[in-house]
Write a protein that binds this ligand. Structure first.
Ligand code: K2U
Ligand code: ZN
Length: 167
């Protein structure tokens, strides 16, 4: 297993659209294992392959306190959504920034598991928010893009200043 580097906003690679996975093989299972180690160590409750600079449709979610309820979604497709909810979000690619985003309250997603078997996930609450947040990453979208241009510019300036200070 290996901890992977997480791309930081506004790295242009975060805007890449992920491609469907054609074959769920050992290389995908190894990447998922490395992503899980990376996510748990961050710590985070979700991680998309885009964030570790792998532009394929793979995402992980575990909202459990004990970090023992991992969901792996390959080639996820949104097949239903209802309601609307506003919730404060963060992102491992935008450290220290939190703001409110409005999303569907409940979602139904069809995906493949690590054995290549199709399944459906019905999610609500934090799980639903996280699914939508991670599926956005696979579309090359970061949650700050839902915020005003003014807020996005302030975030870019803040993160660039922080990066300069660490050099
Ligand atoms: O994509 C990511 O960077 C993972 C996010 C998932 C997430 C975003 C928004 C709302 C819930 C989950 C990270 O886990 S951000 C850290 C975090 C952890 C717990 C709750 C909210 C945010
Ligand atoms: Zn994120």
């Amino acid at each position: 297993m290996a901890k992977l580097n997480i791309l930081r906003y506004p790295d242009e690679r975060l805007y890449t659209r992920a491609k469907p996975i054609q074959q769920v093989d050992d290389s995908i299972r190894q990447l998922a294992a490395d992503m899980a180690e990376t996510m748990y160590a961050a710590p985070g409750i979700g991680l998309a392959a885009t964030q570790v600079d792998r532009h394929i449709q793979l995402l992980l979610i575990d909202i459990s306190e004990a970090q023992n309820d991992l969901h792996v979604l390959i080639n996820p497709k949104l097949i239903g959504s209802t309601g609307e909810v506003e919730r404060e979000e963060g992102c491992l690619s935008v450290p220290g920034i939190y703001d409110k985003v409005t999303r569907a309250e409940r979602v139904r997603v069809r995906a493949l598991d690590l054995n290549g078997k199709s399944f459906e996930l019905n999610a609500e609450g934090l799980l639903a928010v996280c699914v939508q947040h991670e599926m956005d990453h696979l579309l090359g979208k970061v949650f700050v893009q839902y915020l005003s241009t003014l807020k996005q510019n302030r975030i870019r300036t803040k993160l660039k200043k922080r990066l300069r200070e660490t050099m």
